[in-house]
Design a protein around this ligand. Structure first.
Ligand SMILES: N[C@@H](CCC(=O)N[C@@H](CS)C(=O)NCC(=O)O)C(=O)O
Length: 308
């Protein structure tokens, strides 16, 4: 079985989504604890500069973004599929749309409660290099009512969808559940219990606890140095799950491209286009120290361009 390495930090809620996915799969994995903000000197050479968390590593294959990580976990552990289900299209759509729409409003509610405890260097990083938004309590206060109403509106449809079922698509948890769950986890874990009443979260509690109970699988710590060494001494896997010459907006396999998140943390990652389909793109990034790496990204939410 492939050696799964997760680069993550404890309070990262997107990381929690993947930790729960590893719990659902009952996986054994290695945990690299990264700081909550850069510099991350031994991770960024592996991702080619992609700076968000979490990142999954399997040898010299690097998976950026939870959407591509969950799909990769389904290939490694076909039991209990999260993306590769009969509801794949909806699982992908709900997961993407929910996270995209909910991230800033959820942070707005979060900082209303705990904003005074966030260190200035964290606020600076989030404003200047990640979100482009000032997430200090003072800056977000004028939008608190609007953010609350938006989150409550989203919670309302989720509650209705879950009223007669265990998970969004029935008896089996999917990537859509995990996406919705992780933003609620952010709030429930960090805010006082009154957040439940504010947002109407109480009736989601059974579903919330069912997902929490999956746990995180079995992990053991790994140092960033050892993870780097594993990447350096491994060979990227041959790609069998994507077609050769898939459509990358007219760019052909072998072309040097950049892949850039289009929502935030817009750092372009450069590499040679190896393979793509409608959902994923893999580029070969060459790092002077780590050597050849296959870096995997989702298509949705990323812009692919010929490198200058
Ligand atoms: N679309 C990305 C979003 C990831 C994301 O925004 N993660 C947060 C942490 S919860 C992050 O990267 N924050 C800035 C950082 O840690 O550098 C995904 O699904 O992985």
């Amino acid at each position: 079985m492939a050696n799964i390495i997760l680069h993550h930090y404890e309070f990262s809620t997107f990381s929690e989504k993947v930790r729960i996915a590893l719990g659902i799969k009952q996986a054994t994995w290695q945990s690299v604890d990264i700081p909550g903000l850069p510099p991350r000197p031994l991770l960024s050479p592996l991702t080619g500069g992609y700076r968000r968390a979490p990142v999954m590593q399997v040898g010299a294959d690097i998976y950026c973004d939870t959407h591509v990580i969950l799909a990769a976990l389904d290939r490694l552990f076909p039991e209990k599929p999260l993306v590769n289900t009969p509801h794949e299209g909806l699982a992908r759509a709900i997961g993407f749309a929910w996270e995209r729409e909910m991230w800033i409003p959820s942070i707005g509610v979060l900082v209303h409660y705990i904003g005074e405890h966030i260190p200035p260097e964290f606020l600076k990083d989030r404003k200047e290099s990640y979100l482009g938004v000032d997430i200090s309590k003072e800056a977000m206060a004028p939008q608190f009512a609007a953010h609350t109403q938006f989150v409550r509106g989203q919670i309302a449809w989720l509650t209705r969808a879950l009223s007669e079922r265990q998970f969004l698509f029935g008896d089996h948890v999917s990537a859509a559940d995990l996406a919705c769950w992780q933003t609620i986890f952010l709030l429930r874990k960090n805010c006082p219990p009154e957040v439940d009443a504010l947002l109407g979260l109480a009736s989601l509690n059974d579903w919330y606890q069912r997902i929490l109970a999956f746990g995180h699988g079995t992990s053991s710590p790994l140092s960033p140095e050892d993870a780097f060494e594993i990447a350096k001494t491994s060979t990227p896997q041959a790609i069998s799950h994507l077609p050769a010459n898939g459509d990358a907006d007219g760019l052909t396999d072998g072309t040097m491209v950049t892949v850039t998140p289009e929502d935030n943390a817009k750092v372009p990652v450069t590499g040679q286009l190896l393979a793509t389909d409608a959902f994923e793109i893999v580029i070969r990034h060459r790092d002077a120290q780590a050597g050849d790496l296959n870096v995997h990204f989702p298509r949705l939410g990323y812009t692919v361009q010929a490198a200058a």
